[in-house]
Write a protein that binds this ligand. Structure first.
Ligand code: 0O2
Length: 217
């Protein structure tokens, strides 16, 4: 790759970095506003990452596409990735509703692996959004992949990801089955924790009506 080409790729990746900054700022604002108004944070934490140039090239080649910036921008939708970790499943959908009602955010695709988990048990809500990035001489509409999940789903996905990379397609059946079983346990745990939260909420409302009106959403 010549120097000019390297510059062009670096410029493109810079726009993705700005898009990630914008999405992170939006999430911080929403979380802090809810903390201020309702004393409640739906978001536990947020992680962002830009796909490495090697991974972009590898993904283009895997899809049988020529390696070009145009193809990367059009076909690789997770160059900019945001992972939003929430406490409860209800928070995941609440954050999703807040994201999609932002005037400058266009939701291009939604994959709900919470309502319909993958066969291996993977759960998350995936969004592909497009967001405008205002540069000195133009506006770029940049795609960002947002993965929303609970702490429990994130715990499972992180471990499964590490295990998957050890075996790839050759994962022994017993390990595959145990991962699916643990994913089901994660689903049950999330439901139980949500039930517990709702019980605490009802208890607070009946015992401390004034305080709970302020602190619980
Ligand atoms: P990384 O390193 O996390 O970025 P596409 O991206 O469109 O080619 P696909 O499968 O249609 O591929 O997209 P999908 O289903 O939205 O999933 C993309 C990302 O979700 C993956 O990115 C993972 O981060 C995560 N993911 C999907 N399925 C699983 C799973 O079974 N286990 C775990 N742990 N994560 C999953 P990458 O590019 O694979 O990797």
């Amino acid at each position: 790759m010549d120097k000019e080409m390297v510059m062009q790729w670096a410029k493109m990746l810079m726009s993705y970095k700005f898009a990630l900054d914008e999405v992170s700022t939006k999430l911080t604002i929403l979380n802090e506003e809810l903390q201020f108004i309702q004393h409640y944070n739906p978001i536990e934490h947020v992680k962002t990452r830009i796909k490495s140039p090697e991974s972009i090239v590898e993904k283009l080649q895997r899809k049988g596409l020529e390696v070009s910036r145009e193809n990367a921008a059009e076909h690789i939708r997770d160059i900019a990735g945001v992972r939003v970790i929430c406490s409860f499943t209800t928070d995941v959908y609440r954050v999703y509703d807040m994201i999609r009602s932002q005037g400058d955010v266009k939701v291009l695709e939604v994959k709900d692996y919470i309502r319909s988990p993958k066969p291996n048990g993977y759960q998350s809500l995936h969004l592909i959004i497009e967001i405008p990035v205002f540069l000195s001489d133009r506006i770029e509409h940049v795609k960002v992949e947002i993965q929303l999940r609970t702490i429990a789903m994130d715990f499972w996905a992180s471990l499964e990801h590490k295990i998957y990379y050890q075996f790839h397609e050759a994962m022994p059946t017993s390990i595959r089955e145990q991962l699916k079983e643990t994913a089901d346990m994660i689903g049950a745990l999330d439901k139980r924790m949500l039930g517990l939260k709702e019980e605490v909420q009802r208890y607070s409302e009946s015992t401390f009506p004034k305080a709970s009106a302020m602190t619980l959403s």
